[in-house]
Design a protein around this ligand. Sequence first.
Ligand code: MG
Length: 451
Amino acid sequence: MAGGGRLVFGVSGVRGVVGEGLTPEVAARFASAMGTWCGGGCVVVGRDTRPSGETLRGSVLAGLLATGCDVVDVGICPTPTVQLAVREHGAAGGVVITASHNPGEYNGLKFVSPRGIFLTPEEGIQLREIAEGGAFRGERPGARVREDPQAPGKHLAKVLALSLLDVSRIRAREFRVVLDVGNGAGGAVGIPLLEALGCQARVLNAEPTGVFSRGPEPVPENLAELSREVVGGGADIGFALDPDGDRLSIVTEEGEAIGEEYSLALAADLVLSRAGGGTVVTNLSTSRMVEKVAERWSGRVLRTPVGEVHVSLRMMADHAVVGGEGNGGVILPEAHFGRDGAVGMALVLELLADRGITASAAARGLPRYWMIKRKTPVAEGLVGRLAEVLWPFVAGAEVETSDGIRAAWEDAWLHVRISGTEPVVRVVAEAEDRSRAEALVEEALRLVSQG
Ligand code: MG
């Protein structure tokens, strides 16, 4: 986690501790920069449930109006709802007030381009330069805010209309589902989706207060309550979302939190089986399960640097049939090109209905790997030398250097990169054998800490 007083620049947005790195003034300035970048067109604004979102909303609206933008306010809703609404309204851009999976004291702004995807790194630099330069567009008489309370409903309709879904067959299964929305915004689409799919749904942490009663990231260690509720209630599956509803993770009917990597792998299994193969795009830190699924259906996997927009762009360029990130982010082009927890849930339920299997059987149908993730402070002089430092260690592997260095062997892979948002080196390894994954991580940590 980044230091409290800093404003952190990610690939496509900013975040910080509210009142420290991220003040109302900072939010207004970035909104004016976005309004200027958008040429004073229409901008869609939405937010997650964090209590600080209301104040920041005021700042963002002021910043946009001051630069002559009309605003469509879609209120509290998942990030993918905003991405869809940008396209739906033919808007010049979008702003999502969210700090995603970060703790409650954080908030942030994510910026959406007219294509309904996040700003590219180049566009993000343009925006930052406008924000720091302060040469904003002027006001326009008549610029106004209107609300679009139908945005989550339109998002829901889009998911239900996906050609991959056989809604009546899913409804016939009457799945018992426990959905843990973690006091976030994901319930705005997730809860009606499960109802529309005929599920007997029980919702945990349903109050959209932004006061997180579990760790906001949907990783297994935060899902003990969900596991208990699934087993105790005899449910078929448990779903957990992050606060802005773009990441999904799964608990099987046996109560096992299988981790976020499975969400994309299972979704890809369904999509590729229907498409008869095709291209899957994911980032360099995502599990090899995706490759195994692609092999099963004669598909191929393309890897990108970490960051949703990199995946979105590559999916558009290479006509991917499905994609996403191993952190539980599923992207289905027929819906839109952003990660979407509701799309992920629909695809997983379709998979279970289609194959007549349980969630645990679906998970067992994928090869099991050990994935180990660690981070360490960036040693002095390491920036720009990461590949050089690791090169001797990865000799003989298949090496890729578009985002740090990723080395793949027959039985394992290792990805080492310098974080864009924290002063740390991230090290991820995955192997069929746990000790192999651990050994790769340990050696990489040793080498990078020597710098
Ligand atoms: Mg998120």
